[in-house]
Design a binder for this molecule. Structure first.
Ligand SMILES: C[S@@+](CC[C@H](N)C(=O)[O-])C[C@H]1O[C@@H](n2cnc3c(N)ncnc32)[C@H](O)[C@@H]1O
Length: 265
């Protein structure tokens, strides 16, 4: 068995495994930006394959997509053109070469924010957003909800399987989620097997288990006002968000949706 990150190394496989044909995530982000009157310049942090950045570009925004993975960035430039794509680490970035306060909004989708595992990394992300944003700029994020795991084990400790075909090869993944209470992380082990004779690949990922009030506290400390913080509807909820559906107020279900505004002074 080898270690690796099959999905970030193979962005087309990522899109095949997690299809979003209606571009729900990008449309939801655009809806948040529009409802709160954001200006046109958007930074998509953890942009991955670039499909959400490109959706925002098509909505008329001037978009920069940023990711740590060169493979993702190369895929984004080829398959989802329009935005500028740059390499940056969301746990601490300095985009002053693009000009100070260069953005009207930072978007951070599909739990990318939760790659900030420690409090210092969360401070790094929010401090960087603050430097990148114009006064009154927005932060729009969508992620797992740490509070969901309080008293619920339905997603934990038992392997779940998935099989799909990609380029004529059957790909099987077995995924197990566990809670690391000391590190306050949700850890995922995913083992991929393919029917082409290649050895299994084990992939290890982790996300911060961030609680809604904890997130509020971080945001306030970094000069943001929380405008929305709720568990849906959103692009990855059941039922999913649809055009015109307004945000809820609870923070109980498994996804969190955030809109925050940087204070103007
Ligand atoms: C789950 S994908 C989300 C992709 C995209 N936002 C979406 O919703 O389809 C997470 C992305 O975050 C990127 N990533 C992981 N750690 C990162 C970091 N420290 N800084 C920037 N990007 C990171 C990965 O390379 C991957 O492309």
């Amino acid at each position: 068995m080898t270690d690796g990150n099959l999905l970030t190394d193979h962005p087309a496989l990522y899109e095949a495994r997690f299809p979003d044909p209606d571009r729900l995530a990008g449309r939801w982000a655009e809806d948040c930006l529009r409802r709160h009157g954001a200006g046109p310049r958007v930074l998509d942090m953890g942009c991955g394959t670039g499909r959400d950045a490109a959706r925002l570009h098509r909505a008329g925004r001037t978009v920069t997509g940023a990711d740590l993975s060169e493979a993702m960035l190369a895929h984004a430039r080829t398959h989802h053109p329009g935005p500028a794509y740059i390499r940056a680490d969301l746990r601490g970035f300095d985009l002053r070469e693009l000009g100070g306060a260069a953005f009207d909004a930072v978007v951070c989708l599909d739990s990318s924010l939760l790659y900030c595992h420690t409090n210092d990394q969360l401070d790094g992300f929010l401090g960087s957003c603050r430097r990148a944003l114009a006064p009154g700029g927005l932060l729009v994020a969508e992620m797992r909800n740490g509070a969901y795991f309080l008293g619920r084990t339905d997603l934990l400790d038992r392997p779940s399987g998935n099989t799909f075909a990609w380029q004529g090869v059957a790909h099987r993944s077995t995924t197990t989620l566990t809670v690391d209470r000391t590190a306050q992380l949700l850890r995922r082990t995913r083992v991929w097997t393919r029917d082409d004779g290649s050895p299994p690949v084990a992939q290890h990922s982790a996300w911060r288990l961030l609680f809604p009030h904890e997130l509020r506290h971080f945001l306030t400390a970094h000069g943001f006002e929380v405008l929305e913080l709720h568990d849906g509807p959103g692009p990855r909820t059941e039922p999913p968000w649809r055009d015109g559906r307004l945000p809820g107020t609870a923070t109980d279900a498994d996804r969190l949706h955030l809109v925050a505004r940087l204070h103007t002074h």
